[in-house]
Design a protein. Structure first.
Length: 215
């Protein structure tokens, strides 16, 4: 993700909920936990952290003055993620910023009250982090990489380009978390366009990189 986009995401999350609410509370330094599935040396991780601080600064939050940041970097290690998630919860932050599904899951296992704002989560509904995109419910909210319902528009666009199309192959990677949600969105509109879908599964076995069409 480009740095500018990440700034917008973090700033948007902070501005909308729940940091805006924190700004209305009187006095005291607020505490934010930050759980990242990366290392401190990772250039992308560094850019994201810088963007995070810049976004907060733009909203009037200055580290050492009215906010304290507790960062935990897991390097993608499952055990470390669970450990650091528990550590952050024990610090009783006002809100936790989590990047990626691997960070959100462990946090939700140990708290149902501390607000969690996430980014870089492909399918929060499918993962069980939120009830729906329109009404998240619970204590987690945030941003997905893109709204997977847009996949339905792909089929609509195809029919506009080629109205006579009756059978459509949908190329998908079952390993990707967002895949089932995208395919579900396409399935939901296929009848209205009188289109028969044929899923095409793409994999990466050692000796083949082919997509297998199901006839």
């Amino acid at each position: 993700m480009r740095r500018r986009n990440f700034i917008k995401i973090v700033a948007g999350a902070a501005a909308v909920w729940p940091l805006a609410a924190l700004a209305q509370q009187a006095g005291g330094t607020k505490r934010i936990g930050f759980l990242m599935p990366a290392t401190a040396e990772d250039p992308l991780n560094q850019a994201r952290e810088v963007a995070f601080f810049q976004g907060l600064q733009q909203l009037g939050w200055t580290v050492g003055q009215n906010v304290r940041i507790d960062i935990r970097r897991t390097a993608g290690n499952v055990e470390s993620t669970s450990k650091y998630a528990a550590e952050l919860i024990a610090l009783r932050p006002d809100v936790i910023m989590a990047s990626g599904s691997s960070a959100v899951g462990p946090l939700l296992q140990v708290t149902h009250s501390i607000p969690i704002v996430f980014a870089n989560v492909p399918d929060p509904v499918g993962a069980g982090f939120v009830e729906s995109l329109a009404r998240p419910g619970g204590n987690a909210t945030g941003f997905i990489n893109f709204e997977y319902g847009i996949a339905a528009k792909w089929l609509e666009l195809l029919k506009e380009i080629a109205p006579s199309v009756k059978r459509v192959a949908v190329i998908r990677d079952p390993v990707l978390a967002v895949g089932p949600a995208q395919y579900g969105a396409i399935q939901s509109v296929a009848p209205s366009f009188a289109v028969e879908l044929k899923p095409s599964t793409c994999g990466t076995p050692p000796k083949s990189n082919a997509c297998l069409l199901q006839h």
